[in-house]
Structures are given as C-alpha cells and as structure tokens.
Design a protein around this ligand. Structure first.
Ligand code: MIC
Ligand code: SF4
Length: 756
C-alpha cells in the first residue's frame, strides 16, 4: 500500500500546467530543481522568474517528516498553534534516542524503558493531530521515508538536516528547524530563499571498490563544508543513471555536509525499480505519465554551464575509494594515499571499532556489499582485528537481510554486533567501553558526520567516513591505512591473501519483506485525545512564549562568548547524553555553547562573567546575565551553526537571554532558526571587526528602530578603556522575518494571526 497516493497523484496532475507556466516565466529550458521548486509555489502557477540566491519565495511542500529528537520541540510548538490536525501528511520517527550497547533486542528494550515518557508523548501527540508515528525500532527516519514516502518530483521538509536523503528518489527534500515544520503543518506557506544551482555531471560507471559514497566524499573534498551553502546540487549524466536509488540517496544525504540546501537526481529506471520493489508500482505509473517533467530538460544537461551557477564533472571510471576525516567530513583522502597522510598527520592507524549504518548507508544494497567482504574474509580464514558494529536502516531492511542470510554472514565474523535499527553511534548514542579514558584513537564508519566527540564523546577519537564495504575491509584488517586493492592480510594458515572486490544486490531478489514495520496510524478523530505533560517532568516542558521586542535599542549588552573557529550545532547544543532533554528547554539550555571554543583562552565551557570577573561555565554565565537583566550577545566565526537542524541551538541562547548572534557567516538552517526564534542573527560587514571585539566590551545597538530589509544595523562597541568603535552589521531579514523579531518569535506571530 502506498501512503497518501491521492496527494501524489494530485501533485502529478498539476505538473504539466505548472511546468509550462514556469518555462514561460523563466524563458529558458529548466533544470529539475527549478521544475520542482516552481511546481510547488504557494501562489500556484509561476508568474515571474525568481532571483537565485536572492528572492525569498513562499512554497507549499507536500509533506513533513520529523525525528524524535527534534519532533518534541516541533510538536510542543505545533500544540501552541491552535490547530486540530496537520494540514499536510506528516510523520514522526523514533530513531535518535536508542543507545547502541549490547545488541539490538536488549538495547531496544532499554531505549524504550529509558525514553518511555517521550515516546508516549510523541505517540499521543501524533495520534491527536493526525501524524503517522514510526515506533522505536522501525528504523532511521530517512531510510523509512525513502522506503515509504519519497516520490520523484515531490517537495518535502523535515526537521533533520539529512532530510535531503530523499533526493535519491528525485525529491526536493529540505532540512529545517521545527518552527518551519510548524508553519507547514499549520497550513501556512513555507519560505525559502530561492536556491542557487550546482550541477554535477557524472560520467562513466562505478567499479571495483568504489561506491556511491565515494562520489559525495569526492564532492565534499571539492566544495568543502561551506561550498554548497544556499544551493541545490543536481546530479545528471550517464553515471547518475547507472547508480541505484539508494546509492543516489547516499549522495544526496551527505549533501548536508557541504551545506547544500538539498541535492537531487532526475527520475530514471533505478527509481522505478526501487519504487516497485518497495510496493509502490502505483507511484511509478503516476510518475511515468509526467516523466518528462521529472528530470531536467535535455538542453540543460547538454550545456550545463549555461544553466547552473557552477558545474562539476566527475568520471566514475576514475573515481577511487576515499576516507574523509578526521573531525570534518570534507577532508578527503583517497584510500591509496592514507598510509602517507596518516603518518604525516600522526593519525592513529590501529582500528578497534568499525561501524556500518546511519541514514547515509544502511540500505539493503549497502549491507549486501559489506556482507560480501565479510563472507570472503571468513571463507579465507582471516580473523578480524576490529569489532564491526552494524545498525540496519529499517526493520524492513533488517528483516529482509535476516531472511536472505546476511545477518548470518555478519555473525560469522568474530565479535560483530548487530545493533537496533536506529541512529545509534552516529548521534553519540553509543556506550563505547573505555571512551571515558579519552585515549587518542581512530574509528571508521559509514556515517556522514565526524565532528569531534560525536560518536563516543571522546574528543581524541579520530573518526573517518567511508563506504560500508571499506568499513568492513578496515574492520577485518584493523588498519586505517589498509588498501584492499594492493594490500594482503595473513590468514589462519599463515598465508598472505587479498580480499576480493565487493559485490552486492541493488534490491533483494526475493523482494522486501517485513512482519511488523513499526508504523502506528493516527486516530481518524483525535479531538478526544489528551496530551499530558507532567509539570515536574525532567524530559518535557510546555513552552512559554518568548517576550516580544520592547521597541527599544538593545543597550549595555555583554559578551557571552566569542567563539573561535568551527562552531557547529554540536558545539552549540551537543547531542549524545543531552538528547534526553530535547523536549525540555530549560534543562537542555544547560548545554548551551559548552563545546564552543573561547577565542580569548581557547578553552571550552569557561567564560568570564563581566558582572563579577569570575570564570564559569557558559550556561551559568548566561543565566547570571539574565538574572541581572543584562542582555548578552554571542560572536562567532565562519559557517556558524554548521551541521544539524536542531533549533535548540537557537532556542537555548534565546531562553538564556542572548539577544544577538554576530558572526562572519552562517549555515543556512541555523540562520533561519535564529530568525524564527526572534533572535538577531547578523554578520560583520567587515570580517576583520571580529578581531576588534574584546572580552570586556559593552555593546549598544543604535538603530534597531529602523530595522528594515536590506539596511545595515549599527553596533556601538564600548571598550573597557572607554574608547568606542562603531561597526556595521549585515542581515538577510525580509519584512516578515523582521515581524518575527518584533513579535518575539515566528510562533508568537502565528498565534496572533490565528486568534485574529
Ligand atoms: C544529526 O545528524 O546531527 C541529527 C541528530 O540527525 C540532527 C538533528 C538533531 O539534532 O536532532 C540533524 O542532522 O539535523
Ligand atoms: Fe540519525 Fe545520524 Fe542520520 Fe542524523 S545523521 S538522522 S543522527 S543516522
């Protein structure tokens, strides 16, 4: 059964007319990204061409997806919007809160016991408001979405940065903060700055040890973690068509790591095969009727440089396997060069753990390719040197893999652990023994992110991102610099043997199967359902609205922290153990900016309280300023807020009395999250002014009363010796976003509009 097939048919029915209108408005052949964007305008048919990277545009996404760690805050906000039901098909997925420790069954039960209150809350809110709920153990949000909901040419938003994974089935799927999801679920338009377009032409065909993961590892190396900001990446060419749908998903997934708004591929046979195999032949039939509109125009792909803002070409015949890391996903090293690079950089080369899983690489195909390496090693009598841990992407993948003997194969490799169908170690939900000793070590995994402390909480763990088959090979060899193409291993008989190249199955030959997929349909009428939040709960807290702007300039503000270098959302609002407070704003605020590096001392979580000169933890100092009625600001470097969609990174400082975040540049989702929560998210007009900010400065905004689109704001910086500097700050607020600031948050504004 296909979920929401009527909605999908409606979207396809309007495609021809809307694409024709878009073609006329734009006046030239269209990329796929443009077709999807222009067919999802809130206003209906296009009447004008939008400026890429310039125009703010209202869209009408077809659906919304949320995962448990962000859904709590999204739904706490939705509950305040005054609606009885969601306006578009929406789902929530319990995947982030389950720890990997012993193995699937035990860990899942522990996860349910520990998070019972939150899962019950999510289940009852979903039931009440018409939201589908995927229970703990059902799988990772993006894998479940790909298997059940994604459809070519559709538009979706999701409260998770890797929502972009659905580009593997030709969607424009975009990660957002919870407040954006609330807009769409409340039946309002969703606003996005019209993206720029990056075209990636893939020629040739993958071979040998190279996999789809290597395409994005290579692209990340080229574009870096900032290079995709504000852009949609569209893949095309014969190489693109040769990739499986889940392989395409892997590539789109990690588009989040280059800051891209999303990534996508044109509708092709790989998508037809995947849709049919996952029980959605009806989507294939509907899509086939408008197939010409579900891919870019031929002229575009023939002369991409005329239609994209940037074009990259990658020849899959020549692409080799990569390892990206440590500490950042864009540091790309070909496997063949790792020996030299690891030695030069003093990266530990002994590997104790190698992990397969995450929304990036947990498909059936991924498991088969990794299993082929494991089977080969077992057959050749090679004992593994490291422990292989596996989190399947969904119950459907796990069940099918078990039926087809893949789990048996993995279990034949000594020490292998199969964890729950959930995010697990990818989000720090990993009880890794000995991590507390903080020893310097390396791990490899098939995930997407490798920021410091992310998987096991140890700042000295060097995590490298690679394909599942390379993870398996490295688990067996126990070495980061193992090159399966050239290196041999010694087997139990003392013989030198080589691992065979990976082989796999794009789709299960006997079809997918599952007994209980873990889905809970919402009540047809949820009006009688009561959602209870205990007033003394440590996990959940009903939200109190943020105060509206008082119409005055912000005066006498103190510096909470000037962050040095990389400051991702993991630095601003750490995950791992803190995930337990994702539904409780006051409690989770105790992790606010504790990972950010203090630019004056290079210490983390130690800043000077300017009221009494003491040095204390960041959240304590923020609370002290708040209690004294002193506003505060945060200063940051480039790409501030890179990484996750978690709006906690914006809500926590807001809750603790921070009024403005002033940086050299922002990551897209975080900038919007700040705006939504009524914060000032501003950038230095002159980047060098970052250096001018002293620890004991006082800050006065002098022209907030004339806050207007396109007009700079002025900040007076009063230094301790009484001297002052006046600096110019840029912003990207449009009129409506300025109204959010004035109302105290976007949600405050929705509430007044609903009451009007
Ligand atoms: C992540 O991969 O960092 C997460 C956890 O999935 C986040 C969402 C979150 O913080 O809950 C994301 O990528 O948006
Ligand atoms: Fe989960 Fe990791 Fe994917 Fe985020 S990146 S959704 S934590 S598997």
């Amino acid at each position: 059964m296909t979920f929401d097939i009527d909605m999908i048919r409606k979207v396809y029915n309007r495609y021809p007319e809307r694409v024709a209108a878009a073609r006329e408005a734009v006046g030239k052949p269209l990329t796929l990204a443009e077709k999807i964007l222009y067919t999802h305008l809130w206003e209906g048919n296009a009447t004008e061409a939008f400026g890429r990277g310039a125009s703010y545009v209202d869209f009408a996404p077809d659906r919304v997806a949320m995962q448990d760690a962000t859904a709590q805050m999204a739904l706490l906000q939705f509950m305040q919007a005054g609606k009885s039901k969601v306006a578009v098909p929406s789902t929530a997925h319990a995947d982030h809160l389950i720890q990997a420790r012993i193995g699937a069954d035990k860990d899942l039960q522990d996860g349910i016991n520990k998070n019972n209150e939150v899962f019950n809350f999510l289940s009852s809110v979903c039931n009440k408001y018409g939201i589908g709920f995927w229970k703990p153990g059902a799988g990772i949000i993006h894998q479940v979405v790909l298997e059940n909901y994604a459809f070519p040419g559709g538009m979706m938003i999701g409260t998770d940065s890797h929502t972009v994974n659905a580009g593997g089935l030709g969607m424009v799927a975009i990660g957002v903060g919870g407040a954006d999801a609330v807009d769409v679920m409340a039946g309002m338009a969703w606003e996005l700055k019209f993206p720029k377009l990056i075209g990636v032409k893939l020629t040739g065909r993958l071979n040998g040890w190279t996999s789809a993961k290597d395409v994005i590892l290579k692209v990340a190396g080229i574009l870096t973690v900032k290079g995709g900001t504000g852009a949609i990446v569209e893949y095309f060419g014969e190489g693109a068509e040769s990739l499986s749908a889940t392989g395409k998903g892997t590539i789109c997934n990690m588009g989040a790591e280059i800051g891209a708004t999303t990534s996508t591929f044109g509708y092709d046979d790989s998508m037809r095969r995947y849709l049919a195999a996952t029980g959605r032949q009806d989507v294939v039939d509907a899509a086939d009727a408008v197939a010409e509109h579900l891919t870019g125009d031929a002229e575009v792909y023939a002369n991409p440089e005329h239609y994209f803002d940037q074009v990259i070409e990658i020849n899959l015949d020549e692409l080799t396997p990569h390892l990206n890391g440590p500490f950042t996903p864009d540091l790309a090293t070909p496997v063949a060069e790792m020996k030299e690079k690891a030695a030069a950089n003093d990266w530990p080369t002994d590997i104790e753990w190698a992990l397969i899983g995450s929304c990036t690489n947990s498909s059936y195909e991924d498991l088969t390719r990794a299993a082929s390496i494991v089977a080969d090693a077992v057959e050749k009598g090679i004992a593994p040197k490291a422990i292989l841990g596996i989190n399947p992407g969904s119950e459907q993948v796990r069940y099918t893999a078990e039926r087809d003997g893949l789990m048996d194969t993995f279990n034949k490799l000594e020490g292998t652990r199969i964890f729950t169908n959930a995010c697990g170690p990818c989000i720090g939900q990993w009880a890794r023994e000995g991590a507390e000793k903080q020893e310097k070590n390396s791990i490899v995994h098939s995930f997407n992110r490798n920021f410091a402390k992310r998987a096991d909480g140890n700042p000295n763990t060097h995590a490298f991102v690679t394909s599942p088959e390379m993870v398996a090979a490295i688990a067996i060899s126990g070495r980061l610099d193992f090159n399966p193409v050239t290196d041999t291993l010694t087997n139990a008989n003392g013989e030198e043997v080589k691992l065979a190249e990976p082989t796999g199955h794009e789709l299960p030959s006997a079809g997918f199967a599952v007994e209980d997929n873990g889905y809970q349909a919402p009540a047809a009428d949820g009006s009688g359902i009561n959602v209870a939040v205990a007033p003394d709960s440590q996990r959940l807290q009903l939200l109190a609205p943020f105060a509206p702007w008082d119409g005055q300039n912000i005066n006498g503000a103190k510096l909470l922290i000037k962050a040095l270098g990389k400051c991702t959302t993991d630095h601003i609002s750490m995950a791992g153990p803190w995930l337990r407070y994702r539904g409780h704003l006051d409690n989770i605020s105790n992790n606010c900016l504790i990972g950010a590096v203090n630019a004056y001392t290079e210490a983390t979580n130690a800043v000077t309280n300017q009221l009494d000169g003491s040095v204390d933890e960041v959240p304590n100092v923020a609370r002290a300023y708040k209690a004294a009625g002193v506003p505060s600001i945060v200063v940051g470097d480039h790409n501030y807020g890179e990484g996750s969609s978690r709006e906690h990174a914006a809500m926590e400082p807001r809750h603790l009395g921070v009024r403005a975040v002033i940086v050299k540049s922002f990551a897209r989702i975080h900038e919007t999250n700040l705006k939504k929560q009524g914060m000032l998210g501003l950038t230095f007009d002159n980047e060098a002014d970052y250096d001018l900010i002293q620890v004991d400065d006082t800050f006065n905004f002098t022209d907030l009363a004339s806050f207007a689109p396109g007009k700079q704001l002025t900040l007076e910086v009063v230094h301790a010796d009484g001297s002052t500097d006046s600096i110019k700050l840029n912003h990207t607020y449009n009129a409506q976003q300025i109204d959010w600031f004035k109302a105290g948050s976007a949600l405050n504004l929705i509430k007044t509009q609903n009451n009007a």
